[in-house]
Write a protein that binds this ligand. Structure first.
Ligand code: ZN
Length: 106
């Protein structure tokens, strides 16, 4: 049973059909997809990524940009720790949580 509010706002209907009854799925299609979440809209090979995603704005927060930033922060933390070990600085260590370890991107 589809949600009545979605019908009123002209949401696209999922185009999948039932094997048993042959009727079309009553769920609304996922944004930018021909099918609903139950029929494959969230599979990794069907999700839109990067500039193709409808929520894409500037590319500063893409998965790739986040991975690069995280690996650079990790590298900076390692350099800072090395400076403290070698006695090159007497400043306080950087506050905050440590960045997640990711393989460095080249
Ligand atoms: Zn469906």
């Amino acid at each position: 049973m589809p949600l009545p509010t979605l019908r009123l706002h002209g949401a696209k209907q999922c185009r999948a059909r039932s094997k048993r009854s042959g009727k079309q799925c009553q769920n609304p299609a996922a944004y930018g997809m021909p099918v609903c979440r139950m029929h494959g809209a969230r599979h990794p090979h069907t999700t839109l990524r990067g500039e193709a995603h409808p929520g894409y704005k500037h590319g500063h927060e893409t998965l790739e940009a986040k991975a690069v930033r995280s690996s650079k922060l990790f590298e900076l933390r390692r350099l800072e720790a090395l400076m403290h070990v070698l006695g090159m600085t007497t400043s306080k260590k950087s506050p905050g949580r440590k960045p997640k370890f990711n393989r460095p991107t080249s």
